[in-house]
Design a protein around this ligand. Sequence first.
Ligand code: SF4
Length: 455
Amino acid sequence: MNKKVYLETYGCQMNVHDSEKATYMLSDLGYAQTSEVDEADLVLLNTCMVREKAARKVYTRINEIKRDISKAARGKKLPVFGVMGCVAQAEADRLFERSRDIKMVMGTQAIPRLPNLMEQLDKGFDRVIDVRLSKEAEFLELQADNRQTKHIAYITITEGCNKFCSFCIVPFTRGRERSRPADRIVEEAKSLGKQGYQEIHLLGQNVNSYGLSGRYHGNLVSAEESAGITFARLLARVAEESGVPRIKFTTSYPRDFDDEIVRVMDEHDNLCEWVHLPAQSGNDRVLRAMRRGYTRREYIDKIEAIKRSKKDIAITGDMIVGFPGETDDDFSETMSLVAEVEYDGLYIFKYSPRPRTPAAAYADSITEEVKTERFLMLQDLQDRIQKRRYERYIGRTVEVLVEGMSSRSSSDYTGHTRCNKVVNFPIASDMLGRLAQVKVTEVKSHSLYGVMVKA
Ligand code: SF4
């Protein structure tokens, strides 16, 4: 290996996993990863469009990196800059128009074709791009050896989305929903179990839609899926056959989330006590304008099913404030929904339009000031709820997968509980990658603190 790639990842776990896949493809081409930009021959930015002005941030970041390189190694030839992820897919060749530095644009389904792009650059093409989307696109599979994380592994089970919520760009950047054959998923989970992985995350934009779109698109879904394997069935198979002690899944979509999933979670100890179920609003009219396909009552029914579980399942969610046309009364229903559900964690977003989405054409009647006011009110409510939810853990012993050193203190380990809460505790012995039993002694703003009582 004599070439180096510097890669920055923004956004969700799907992007983290895509970065792993890109790194694997590049390692086959002789690229080693570096954390120093001035050593890099290739700089890749894996981008996300959840936040506003994502494309602009790409140009800003490239300029910052260029400045860092020129400070560190004056006169050095600049690396090749590449953009991947949702911004690459959505902006495509507009990125070339706006930045002379960008030489490669790789769409969300193009990672398996990364060697072709690199070959074209080697042959002297000035700029290369691949943003093809296909509902037949293959899933790139990673072996345990090719993964960057040694204790937690991500497994893609679906990609893309057919829901077309009016505010969301994912169906345009990730393409139509495709499900991966169940046998391939179970095999991957089993091999990770054999390699000693302590936790796997089943990933998809909508994991509970698993297999559903396959029936309509006739894509990669195998005969077994066509016969009707649901997400709940898949989850049960992974739990029974993988041998992995902790299994999590994200993201769930309320309309496709059913009681059967809760029943399967109840039956299998290795299915962790955490469901991320975004509501986005607590008001029916706004939910209709968002094209979410469920009412507040239907959403609450799903939450009640989760709360009836014999396990103590933590519920997290996403909420958008200031959606076009959202009145004070509509917003108060979002507040009351949050109070009723009592989320363990909530990601709150101020609405901002995304290009090509239906909502971008709606009159955005809510001022930035009102959006900020609603954001702060909801955040304040959630902080109070979260404090109460977290305080329940004081005195309890929780299982923590030790993932590394705390960023706040080099004398503390950090990891997650089965219910996906961050726990920090003083380093006692070499526990990296192992499961520790930690007694919770303190609640911080978004984490728990404790002491290890048993390895
Ligand atoms: S379900 Fe809606 S919000 Fe979620 S990825 Fe699909 S379109 Fe986006």
